[in-house]
Every structure is written in structure tokens, then in C-alpha cells.
Design a protein around this ligand. Structure first.
Ligand SMILES: Nc1nc2c(c(=O)[nH]1)N[C@H]1C(S)=C(S)[C@@H](COP(=O)(O)O)O[C@H]1N2
Ligand SMILES: [Mo]
Length: 365
């Protein structure tokens, strides 16, 4: 009997899949060098879970609004999807994306470039539900709470079992772009991304987009849960004093997808450098490229229209020098307020909101 080993090999996968950062709870990273489209296919969208993925039947699911409301209420999945909906595109980035580059080595999940992705989300504006329930003027923050629960056993330890949750100030919660979403990229949410219902808070780091959402509580006092003090909080200078505040809006950032780290490039050729840039609630104004350690910067071509919430893809035709050696390629984005990526990580931000100038080491031969 004879057979061809070559024929037995599977076809090259259309999407190369995700990088495992942790198996349980599952934490998967998008391999950023494979970036090719503005919308990240759901199969390639990074997964960030603090606890095991809950198994929820949409028939048994409900969403309760309690606290500072005139008419506290509960909605079924069927009711939710019957309400007026909106569809928008938003980039979600984990606040710890890029942590692997921090020196000294940080604790926590060591994400490289790919704890970020862009999807089209459909859902009911949170504002619609808050108004339906008659939010009182006394409401200060809106707590979004997921079904998933557990204990954190490493420092900083949790006070026993806690749920995953995050709050929004009322002002952001009333932004009609904040969605209680049930669709991602034109299909029902995948279990890993919050089935049946999640929040999508465009322009904010991912921790606010609470998955497996079950409860919305309006409170009249500042909320200081584990998830916005022990975790997902940073030092902000308030009246000259460092104060711990929750991570919220995304900072301006760019990343080089290609060439990939330590890629070998032919000298004397033209190389199409390709990447993405995003600026949270703002628009990307420009992205610049440097191949000489930041001495000179050249504007790149923005391939798409810059809009808030959504990354843009960019490219730059790099005339590769005809000399062999190591090159450090850099990209730097600026938003429409004039904020640029800083040269170094600001340690007041702890191991979150990492947006220092992106560097990519490559070899030219
Ligand atoms: N219920 C719940 N929601 C959650 C989380 C979680 O662990 N539990 N992780 C948050 C974090 S830190 C991020 S970055 C995003 C990631 O969303 P994704 O897994 O769909 O990419 O979900 C957020 N929502
Ligand atoms: Mo995150």
C-alpha cells in the first residue's frame, strides 16, 4: 500500500487561530502579524476571561435593573431583542495588552500585541434600558455585572467569591453608543465573548465591556470594587497627589503587524510595513514611521477613514537599506486632540494602558 504523506496534510488554515496565554480560565491572543482586515473575524478575536466561561441558555437568561430606578425591572432575552437596536463597529483592547514588553517583567497575563480586536456589535443602547427603568437623578454610577464568579487566589486576593463587574459613570452610561449587545459580526455572540448578552463600551478598555451580563445596578455612591481598585486601576495625579482611579478610556496607540518580530528582510528592496492604529473615543489624526530609532519620522498612509472607536489600518513603503544588520522599526500615532504615544511606559499606569511607541526589531540581510 502506498500513500502520499503530502496529500494527507491539512490545507493551510484560513485563520491561524489564537495564541494560548492561559488554558483555564481561557485567555487567547490574536496573532497580530496575521492582521489583514478592519473587522477581526470572530474566530480570531482575542478572549479574556477571569473565571470559567459560564454555560447559559438564552431561555433561562434575564437582565435585572435595580438600585436607583423608579421602576426596577427584569427583561428576558426575547424582550431585549425586541427593543430598538443599533449596530456599530468598535475596537476592544484589553487594558493589559502589550504587557509582555514591560521591564521589569510584569505579573499578570503577558499579552504581546494581540489582546485587541475590532468587531461589529449589535444591541440595545444601555441608555434605552436606563430610561425605561426610570433612572433617578441620584444615580452616580451604573454597575454592570456578569454571571461568572470565582475567587482570586494570588495577590491581590479577592474577598472570597466575587462576580466580574465594572461600573460606568452615568455620563458614559447614557452615551447612546454604549450597547447591551447580543450580536457580534452578524451572528449571536459566541460563548467566549459573552453569550447571550454583553456590554460593549466603545472607546473604553475591554474590562468595561462586561460579558454574560445579568445585572445592572444604579448606585448613588462611588463604586470601588476589586475590579476597579485592586485590578484595572492606576495612579493619577489629582491636585499633585497620586490617587488610585479606575482604568477607563483607551489611549492613542499604533502597532506594526508586518514585518513581524525578528522577520528577515532583503536589503535594497521595498517592504510594505502594515499595521493598525486606534484612539479610543477619539479619531486617529496621523501615524508616523521611523526606521532610525526615532530620529526621523515619516507619515504613513491611512488606508481607511479615521472614525472614533475603531482602529484604522495603515501602510508605509519602507525603502530597506542595502546593508545587513538589525533595525528597530517604530510607529507612533497621534489622536485628534494632539496626544501622541509616549516614548516610554508611564509607571503611574501600573501594568495597564500600555501605549508607548511601538518597536519592532527586524533583520536586514
Ligand atoms: N463577565 C466578564 N466580562 C468580561 C471579562 C470577564 O472576565 N468576565 N473580561 C473583561 C476584559 S478584561 C476584557 S479585555 C474583555 C474581553 O472581551 P473578549 O473576551 O470578548 O475579547 O471582556 C471583559 N468582560
Ligand atoms: Mo482586559
Amino acid at each position: 500500500m502506498s500513500f502520499s504523506l503530502v496529500k494527507a496534510l491539512p490545507k493551510k488554515a484560513e485563520y491561524p487561530g489564537l495564541i494560548i496565554r492561559e488554558k483555564e480560565p481561557v485567555n487567547l491572543e490574536f496573532p497580530f502579524p496575521t492582521l489583514y482586515s478592519r473587522i477581526t473575524p470572530s474566530d480570531s478575536f482575542f478572549v479574556r476571561c477571569h473565571f470559567p466561561i459560564p454555560v447559559i441558555d438564552a431561555k433561562d437568561w434575564s437582565l435585572t435593573l435595580i438600585g436607583e430606578f423608579q421602576k426596577p425591572c427584569t427583561f428576558s432575552f426575547e424582550e431585549l431583542v425586541s427593543f430598538p437596536s443599533r449596530t456599530l463597529i468598535a475596537t476592544l483592547e484589553c487594558a493589559g495588552n502589550g504587557r509582555s514588553a514591560l521591564v521589569p517583567k510584569a505579573k499578570g497575563l503577558l499579552w504581546d500585541q494581540g489582546a485587541v480586536g475590532t468587531a461589529e456589535w449589535t444591541g440595545v443602547p444601555l441608555r434605552y434600558l436606563l430610561e425605561k427603568a426610570g433612572m433617578k437623578a441620584s444615580a452616580l454610577e451604573i454597575i454592570l455585572e456578569g454571571h461568572d464568579k470565582g475567587s482570586i487566589y494570588e495577590e491581590p486576593k479577592s474577598p472570597g467569591q466575587i462576580s466580574f463587574n465594572h461600573s460606568l459613570p452615568v455620563k458614559k452610561a447614557l452615551d447612546p453608543d454604549v450597547l447591551i449587545a447580543y450580536m457580534m459580526n452578524g451572528e449571536l455572540l459566541r460563548p467566549a465573548h459573552g453569550f447571550p448578552v454583553r456590554a460593549v463600551v466603545p472607546g473604553w478598555y475591554g474590562m468595561a465591556s462586561v460579558k454574560w451580563l445579568e445585572k445592572i445596578t444604579a448606585v448613588s455612591t462611588p463604586y470601588t470594587s476589586y475590579w476597579q481598585s485592586m485590578e484595572y486601576a492606576y495612579w493619577k495625579n489629582i491636585s499633585g497627589k497620586p490617587s488610585l482611579v479606575p482604568v477607563s478610556a483607551m489611549l492613542v496607540k499604533s502597532e506594526i503587524a508586518r514585518p513581524a518580530l525578528h522577520e528577515v528582510i532583503e536589503g535594497g528592496t521595498l517592504y510594505k510595513v502594515f499595521g493598525a492604529a486606534w484612539a479610543g473615543e477619539h479619531k486617529v489624526e496621523k501615524v508616523e514611521f521611523s526606521a532610525d530609532n526615532g530620529i526621523s519620522w515619516k507619515p504613513v498612509i491611512l488606508i481607511e477613514e479615521a472614525v472614533p472607536y475603531t482602529w484604522i489600518l495603515w501602510e508605509y513603503e519602507w525603502a530597506v537599506p542595502d546593508e545587513s544588520g538589525m533595525f528597530q522599526l517604530m510607529s507612533r500615532a497621534t489622536d485628534d486632540l494632539g496626544h501622541s504615544q509616549p516614548p516610554d511606559h508611564d509607571y503611574f499606569k501600573r501594568t495597564y494602558m500600555i501605549n508607548s511607541i511601538s518597536k519592532m526589531e527586524v533583520f536586514v540581510r
